[in-house]
Design a binder for this molecule. Structure first.
Ligand SMILES: *[C@@H]1O[C@H](CO)[C@@H](O)[C@H](O)[C@H]1NC(C)=O
Ligand SMILES: *[C@@H]1O[C@H](CO)[C@@H](O)[C@H](O)[C@H]1NC(C)=O
Ligand SMILES: *[C@@H]1O[C@H](CO)[C@@H](O)[C@H](O)[C@H]1NC(C)=O
Length: 218
């Protein structure tokens, strides 16, 4: 016979096991992934990406999604693309984007991305990707602020990163090279002392060039 205290503690254990399983499988919530800020160059074509994760495989008869646009937070959200069971992703409101917006995702991969071509200054605003994937009860939403620039800023951060990466890489290469040289030199000396023919052959194969370079100095 188990006491109430024992029952309670096994209940707690069961609950934490279930929670652990849920979090391991990533099934605690639906998530919509977007880039929250996009700087688009005037006149260029950009991809506005939106993907989602869900515990449930997409069932097209229940799935629902809308792309909306609003110029500012005070404006109403206008749907400009939606999902239709029969037609798939369909653009709406051609008066705003015309033919410039196209679906560029892959429903099999939960990818709802679009491309916007010939970006105009008027396209600045808030883009939202709304997703419902029943039986997932959470309605997901990704929010993107699109800015239009006439000149892209120089990619300073990545240049610095590349410079750091290159110098670290260069230093590492130098270190490895000097280690090889030292090793070969040692081996060469050892060979001279022992003057074992077989060992000399090996040494020649391994580091002849480097060893010769190293032994030029008296
Ligand atoms: C953006 O590009 C268009 C042509 O593609 C041009 O007419 C317009 O002046 C540009 N806008 C700015 C702010 O540079
Ligand atoms: C939104 O409207 C409020 C007043 O209703 C105004 O104070 C605010 O500046 C507006 N914001 C934008 C981004 O237009
Ligand atoms: C998309 O818009 C339609 C029509 O307004 C609405 O019925 C549906 O629930 C919306 N879906 C999402 C995920 O917002």
């Amino acid at each position: 016979m188990s006491s109430p205290a024992q029952e309670r503690s096994s209940g707690v254990q069961l609950l934490s096991a279930v929670l652990l399983l849920l979090s391991l499988s990533g099934c605690l919530s639906m998530d919509v992934l977007v880039h929250n800020n996009i700087d688009a160059l005037n006149g260029s074509t950009i991809r506005i990406s939106c993907t989602f994760t869900s515990c449930y495989k997409m069932d097209v008869t229940k799935f629902s999604m809308n792309w909306t646009f609003q110029e500012t937070l005070n404006d109403t959200e206008d749907r400009f693309m939606t999902f239709d069971v029969k037609k798939g992703m369909v653009p709406l409101r051609p008066e705003r984007f015309g033919e410039r917006v196209t679906f560029a995702g892959n429903l099999d991969k939960n990818d709802l991305s679009i491309t916007l071509s010939d970006v105009k200054v008027d396209d600045v605003g808030i883009y939202k990707c709304h997703v419902k994937n029943p039986p997932d009860r959470i309605q997901g939403r990704g929010i993107i602020q699109l800015n239009v620039v006439t000149e892209l800023p120089p990619p300073r951060d990545s240049t610095i990163a590349v410079a750091i990466g290159a110098s670290v890489g260069g230093a590492l290469a130098l270190l490895i090279l000097s280690m090889v040289v030292v090793k070969c030199l040692r081996r060469h000396r050892k060979q001279e002392l022992i003057s074992d023919e077989k060992m000399e052959e090996e040494g020649k194969l391994d580091c002849e060039g480097v060893a010769e370079e190293g032994t030029k100095q008296p």
